[in-house]
Design a protein around this ligand. Sequence first.
Ligand code: SF4
Length: 443
Amino acid sequence: MPKIGFVSLGCPKNLVDSERIITKLKTDGYEIAADYSNADLVVVNTCGFLNSAIEESLEAIGEALDENGKVLVTGCLGKKSDMIREKYPNVLGISGPQDYESLVKAVHDNLPIEHHAFTSLVPAQGIKLTPRHYAYLKISEGCNNSCTFCIIPDIRGKLSSRKLDDVMLEAKRLVNAGVKELLVISQDTSAYGVDIKYAEAKWNDETYQSRFIDLARALSTLGVWIRMHYVYPYPHVDKVISLMAEGKIAPYLDIPFQHASPRILKLMKRPANATNTLEAIKRWRAICPELTIRSTFIVGFPGETEEDFMTLLNFLEEAELDRVGCFTYSEVEGAKANDLPNLVSEEVKQQRLERFMAVQSKISAKRLQRHVGSIQKVIIDEIRHNENIALARTQYDAPEVDGVVIIEDVNDHKGIAKGVFVNVEIFAANEHDLFARLKMNPQ
Ligand code: SF4
C-alpha cells in the first residue's frame, strides 16, 4: 500500500483538518508512514498565522523535500503559494486551508491507488472525495474470512479492530468538523471486536464493549446519521436492526450477499453462507419495516450453472432488496478462485448481468414507490442552479452508490446549501431516484 508522510503544524483547527485528511487517505487505502524515508510522498499541513509560523512551515517544507523529495503543501500558508513556489519550485502541489478535496485529489494524482470492485471498501466513485458533510469511519482492518475470490486477508492480514473509544474519538472529531453522516466501514462490520475479545472501553462515562451492537449504540449518541456497511447476516445483527426501528441509526443495511445458490456460496467460501437469508430478511423487516437493504452480487463465478443463476434470480424476486449492485466475475491475481474449474464465458457472464439487472430494476422501481406521497427529511449533496434542482438523499440511501432525491425549484429558496437537512414531499419515483418538492424551509 502506498505510504504518506504527514507533518501537521499550527493550531488545533489545523490539527482537525489533518485528522480529517488522514482519515480520508486511510479510507482510500493509503498508509501513514512514521518517517520520511518510508513515505512515498509527504504532505505538509502548514500554518501561516505569524511570521514565526511561516518560517517554521517553510523550514518543514524544505526538510521534507530534502528527506523525501515528493511534497504536497496544504493549510494556511497554501494561500501564499507564490512565496512557497519562489523558495521551493519543485513542490508537487499547493492547496489552501480546509481544502481537503484538492489536497486528497493531489495525493491520488501523484500517488495513484489501485481500485478493485471486489476488494475496495469505498466505491471507485468514492475516490472522487467525500464532501465535508459525510465521512467514512473505518472500524477495523483486515479480515478473518477466506472468500475464494478475494485477496484482502493476504494483503491486509487478519481482522484487527480498533477499540470502541478510539473509533468514537475519531467519530466525534468528524462530527465537530461538520460531518452530518457517518458511514461505518470495514471488511466485515458484524465481526467487529472479535479479535480484541470485545475489549471494554469507556465513552462519555459509559462502559461499552468493542462490539457491533455497542458501537452502534455509542455512535447513535452523536446526533448524526449513522449508516452501516459490509454487514454479514449473523444472528446478532437483529439487535442492531432494533436500534434502527427505534430511530437511533439509519434503517439501512449494506450486506454483500454475492450469490444465493448454496453451491456457489460454498465455492466462494462466503461467511454466514449457511444462514437462511430470506428468513433473516423477513425477520428484520418485521422488526423494522422501514429497513432498506443494499447488496452486491457476482454473476458468472466459476462453476455457476444456469440453475445456480436461476436460484439467484428467484432469490432476488423473493427478497425484494432495495438497492443492488452486480459485477461479472473477474480474476484477482492471487485469489484461490482462479484455480476453480468450469469457467463461465464472457458472453454468458454479460447475458446474466443484463438478465439480473432487468429483474432488479423492476424490484427497485416497485420498492421506491412506497415513498411516493411521503414527507422525508433529506440531506443536500449538490445544488445545480442552472437546472434549478438539488440532489439530496433520504436516510434510505448511501452517497455515491445508491439513488438520489431530485428536488425541484430550489433557486428561490435561500439557505439551500450542501450538507443542509430539509424536508421534502416525494411526488414521483423511477427505477433509481425519487423526485420531490421542498416542503419546509431548511433547518
Ligand atoms: S469477507 Fe470475504 S470478500 Fe470480504 S474481505 Fe473478507 S475475505 Fe474478502
